[in-house]
Design a binder for this molecule. Sequence first.
Ligand code: 9YW
Length: 443
Amino acid sequence: GTSVPTLPSDLQDLRATALEVLRGNDLGDVTRPSPTLYPHQWLWDSCFIAIGLRHVDPARAAAEVLSLLRGQWPNGMIPHVIFAEVDDFYHAGPQRWRCDRYVVTASGAQSTGITQPPMIAEAAVRVGEMLDPKARIDFYRALLPGLIRFHEFLHTERDPDDEGLVTLVHSWESGMDNTPPWMEATLPITPRRVKVLRRLGTAEALDALRRDAKEVPAEERLTSADLFTLYRVVRELRRSCYSFRNIRETEVPLVQDVAFNAILVRANDHLVEIAAEAGVKLPKRLTRSMRRCREAMEQLWSQSTYFSRDFRTGELLRHETVGGFLPLYAGVVPEERIDGLVKAMTSPRYWPRYGVASVPADDPAFLPRCYWQGPVWVNINWLLADGLERYGRLEAARELRANVLNLISSSGQMFEYYSPLDGTGAGSNSFSWTAALLLDLLA
Ligand code: 9YW
């Protein structure tokens, strides 16, 4: 990551393309991630989308954030997907979750039974910066009750033993579906997997389940066997009525995910700021949980990076990924570790040329164009640039942002993810958070 790319001359065209993608994915007051693969509302997608939309239409951006509350469960959870009423071509739609048997969401909309990285407070603060003071306070007041209940859900339901860290029950909650440590933790729950697959028929039968394989080359997505395993976890969660007390008795992988907890720590800081500005007092217990979560991040450090941890065994999942750098974004890294972390992140293993990869290039699991097993994701790089900046690494932050801009502009399209080796785009080419964060980079 040493060469400084020259900025392309026609950023106006690129901006126009980004706006077109966002307009095309606009469903009213929510934005779908992509027209082909993801027709519903995803939690962290909407947050990144709002961060971009604020430069175009702050009121619409605020609506995007508030719309997440429509999906809130009585226990405070905000689901990872709120289903739109559309012809369902999404492979893990309402019938796979059947959550309406257990709960009614705030608006009655159908949803999944799991959550996603809590980027809401970050999005709220960024959007708030673009509103006039009166509109900002109104926005914060509308958001706060639901947002507080969401953070309380995470710190209680998902930290029942009061360890400080929040536990995830499915890799989809991490937002990084097939990231190697999660797949390693998940695959053992189907020991008879191969046998089951054989009984079900051929690989083609499974591929038929996977409607996304028609849109994108199969080798750039999860394998059918991996997907099958992830569906099996959903079945276990469903049978456990989505209650952590039941889930912990099953074989479902339970992971104190480093990236999720880092994002939560930062979100907690933002929540304090939002509440102060709106003149709302946070519950004492929540304030205590926030502090304990920040302190507990320390337990995820080992030797030279941060790892996720197995909730049941307390063992670190020692498979390095880009998630290990997100404590920079959280602001929990002691000064003496910063140089080492920044050096690792900017080394050719992670940053061969076109931005920071999701898995280091020398990892046996590395696949440059396969989802969370190698590609550069614009949202993660946005978080990393922010982390570098807050630790005063301004030059590296600037270079990373320039790299990402260059990556998007060389394809001219808003791809879902990009190869860190040759910069080519993959997945959806009309992906909302890429478009939105591009607007933010250009602002
Ligand atoms: C899925 C929508 C989501 C993202 C996730 C990404 C992918 C697939 O797409 O998940 O079926 O949920 O891994 O981070 O939110 O863009």
